[in-house]
Design a binder for this molecule. Structure first.
Ligand code: NAD
Length: 495
């Protein structure tokens, strides 16, 4: 056992249980591979049932013990120190995230890591300022009763994370969970375990008591993910990932009637009306489609453009897409990294072939880019635009989660709303128009959890975040996070 994660040669990633870095009890490890060139960059200790058991035990003990007894002000001060710790070790977090994901260093510097720190500060400040309701009532015997609601932590929370925004999405759960007084066991994606391990060091340095923040590494089925979500002493499961995985986890949560909060997949539409300002719309839709190599749940994969603007929109999207610079994290000016893995590239390339088989016109891309031989082992892919497919095509219905979109024309507002809603998903929508009345009217009719007008991914952490239909269960963000991370206890006092 060691107190800090080893860093010589490639990295050895241990589980973090009860404040200590521990090897797998069963001695099982697996390789962490760089999506940039296919080189092994880490050896990761896989948590078995005994490791998960130890983590859950530690989390329960901390909840009943030091963390549960800590005054709120001290707890929140510690979380501010966690945010400070991320800032102090900013470059290490950036290095780790770049190594795991291959995404441009500038993205990690400007989005992933700052948001990781902000997720602790915002929720530490928020929980102090949320009132609960109180009512007085007359009792049948002429006395008075005061009812008030007390928020108490839900308990031991399992946090199961994806690989696309590893630190950002993990702390988006851990920040509010800890601010509300819970303890957590994090299961990072098997593809991206580095920043969760580094956060263990930051937690120790910030004075977070042992057992409050635990990390178990591994896969989903027959591994840490399943062992954790099936564990009967876990009180709630917050999960970000694919909708299909959400169904499996929901079945696990049904055992023992545990609560879930799910942020799942999307097949998000953008509606571009003929009065849109294309100088704003093009760069915004380029970002919403291609940022993070298209691996953003909020991203746009279906674009509908009012017919008078259709040809110009497609032409300008093609030009802008072909200007994107593909390359490794540190190459100057790079805007597009690789996909997360060879396996994911196979899936996305499968959709590239399917789109052609379904009869799509390939406007740009459609394959693997020409890159230097040193990058040949990486999961590189071309940003791709299609036109010409009907709404019923699988390319238009299934989440691809790659740097690609399909663009279709529409003729009426009603048609645009109908095609946008013709999907099993309901995460985000984007509307570009200069007509304010239309913006309100259309936004009110899109079946999504989040709708951006003349913008995309403007995030205020106080707002509700989540999806409808197959895109999620529940909302997190602002006071809505408290709905999952606390239980409301009503107290009735007769006097
Ligand atoms: P995934 O569902 O494959 O995996 C997510 C996590 O679940 C991983 O840690 C994985 O190991 C674990 N897991 C897999 N099977 C499990 C099981 N049976 N039991 C317990 N845990 C299990 O998702 P991914 O490929 O990592 O992420 C991409 C998906 O996440 C996309 O669908 C994307 O839309 C979605 N996503 C949604 C949001 C959102 O906020 N709605 C945000 C980011 C990503």
């Amino acid at each position: 056992m060691s107190e800090t994660a080893p860093r010589t040669g490639y990295r050895e990633v241990l589980n973090f249980i009860n404040g200590r870095f521990e090897p797998s009890r069963e001695g099982r490890t697996f390789a962490g591979v760089s999506p940039v060139d296919g080189a092994q960059v880490a050896v990761i200790h896989e948590a078995g049932r005994a490791d998960v058991e130890a983590a859950v035990k530690a989390a329960r003990a901390a909840l009943k013990g030091p963390w549960g007894r800590l005054p709120q002000a001290e707890r929140l001060a510690i979380l501010h120190r966690v945010a400070d710790g991320i800032q102090q070790r900013f470059d290490e977090f950036v290095d780790a995230e770049c190594l795991d994901t291959g995404k441009p260093r500038e993205s990690c510097r400007h989005v992933d890591i700052p948001r990781g720190a902000a997720n602790f500060r915002v929720f530490a400040d928020l929980v102090k300022n949320v009132p609960t309701e109180a009512f007085t009532m007359d009792t049948p015997d002429g006395a008075t009763a005061l009812n008030y609601a007390l928020r108490v932590p839900r308990g031991v929370i399992a946090v199961v994370c994806p690989w696309n925004l590893p630190l950002l999405l993990m702390t988006w759960k851990v920040g509010p969970a800890l601010a509300c007084g819970n303890t957590v066991i994090v299961k990072p994606s098997e593809e991206t375990p580095l920043t969760a391990a580094l956060l263990g060091e930051v937690m120790n340095a910030a004075g977070v008591p042992p057992g409050v923040y635990n990390v178990v590494n591994g896969f989903g089925p027959d591994s840490a993910g399943a062992y954790l979500t099936e564990h009967p002493d876990v009180d709630g499961i917050t999960f970000t990932g694919e909708s299909g995985t959400g169904e499996v986890i929901m079945r696990a949560a049904a055992q023992g009637l545990r609560s879930v909060s799910f942020e799942l997949g999307g097949k998000n539409p953008a509606l571009i009306f003929a009065d849109a300002n294309l100088d704003d719309a093009i760069p915004t839709i380029i970002r919403s489609t291609f940022i993070n190599c298209g691996q953003v749940c909020l991203g746009t994969e279906r674009i509908y453009v009012e017919r008078p603007l259709f040809a110009e929109f497609v032409a300008r999207m093609k030009v802008a897409t072909e200007q994107l610079k593909i390359g490794p994290p540190d190459e100057p000016g790079v805007t597009l990294g690789p996909l997360i893995s060879q396996l994911h590239r196979e899936k996305v390339l499968g959709y590239y072939q399917l789109a052609v088989a379904e009869g799509a016109t390939v406007v740009t891309g459609g394959g693997i880019p020409d890159l230097p031989a040193a990058l040949a082992g990486g999961a590189w892919i071309q940003p791709t635009i299609w036109t010409g497919l009907p709404p019923s095509a699988r390319t238009n219905r299934e989440e691809i989660f790659g740097p690609c979109c399909h663009i279709s024309p529409f003729d009426t507002e009603a048609e645009a709303i109908a095609v946008a809603n013709d999907t099993a998903y309901g995460l985000t929508g984007v509307i570009f128009t200069r007509d304010l009345a239309r913006a309100h009217r259309v936004a009110a009719q899109l079946e999504v959890g989040i709708c951006w007008v003349n913008s995309w991914f403007l995030r205020d952490l106080r707002t509700p975040f989540g999806g409808m239909k197959h895109s999620g269960i529940g909302r997190e963000g602002g006071v809505h996070s408290l709905e999952f991370y606390t239980e409301l206890r009503n107290i009735c006092i007769r006097y």
